[in-house]
Design a protein around this ligand. Structure first.
Ligand code: IMP
Ligand code: MG
Length: 198
């Protein structure tokens, strides 16, 4: 497991994202729609940097099953959404991989009458997009690797890591063979200084 982004790197990225959003929206009210479960940590950190009036709502999306690292059928749960008629919406997800999740959600939020729907992701994976749209705000462009931490999981594990790490094939094989405890914090192969919390 290699650390790609330290807690300090992530905090700086969130600060840049929040500033970019406010430059575009100004002080107008914003409805943040976060995507569970991977967007949980990002939404919590981002909203505390967004100045001006903000409302928060969450949806749930999943396209992964168990120990697969390739997306499967997309499942959405939108029943917690308030009436979005006339709202300026910011859809917030952890990562833009194929883009199918974000594309489907943007389409659905527009269909529900939002005045505008912008999308924000912490991460965008290189060379993976399968849709025509791109997110409006991107925190970091990363290589095509399977990443965990800061909300992102592998088969339910490692979401709680305060940094972002890339799994290598040995990590994935070990996890599939059941040698990984879901509670174990991996020993990252990185300079310990880069792991200090922001
Ligand atoms: P997309 O629909 O292919 O863009 O996939 C987006 C969703 O897949 C994200 O919201 C994540 O939940 C999940 N995902 C994609 N890549 C990764 C990864 O590298 N690690 C963990 N989850 C991922
Ligand atoms: Mg997700």
């Amino acid at each position: 497991m290699d650390v790609l982004l330290s807690a300090a790197d992530l905090a700086a990225g969130i600060e840049r994202l929040a500033a970019a959003v406010r430059r575009e929206i100004g002080r107008r009210p914003l409805t943040v729609v976060g995507v569970l479960t991977g967007g949980l940590v990002l939404v919590a950190d981002l909203i505390r940097r967004l100045e001006g009036p903000v409302q928060i709502s969450m949806v749930w999306a999943s396209s992964y099953r168990g120990t697969a690292t390739a997306p499967g059928a997309l499942e959405l749960r939108l029943d917690l959404l308030p009436d979005l008629t006339g709202q300026e919406v910011l859809l917030v997800d952890d990562i833009f991989d194929t883009g199918r999740t974000l594309e489907a959600l943007v389409r659905e939020l527009r269909r529900r009458g939002a005045a505008s729907v912008r999308s924000l992701v912490l991460l965008r994976k290189a060379g993976r997009a399968e849709v025509a749209m791109q997110p409006d705000f991107v925190g970091f462009d990363i290589p095509d690797a399977f990443v965990v931490g800061y909300g992102l999981d592998f088969d339910g594990a490692w979401r709680h890591l305060p940094y972002l790490a890339a799994l290598d094939s040995a990590d994935i094989a070990a996890a599939r063979a059941g040698q990984r405890s879901h509670d174990a914090e991996p020993a990252p192969q990185a300079d310990p200084a880069s792991l200090s919390r922001a």
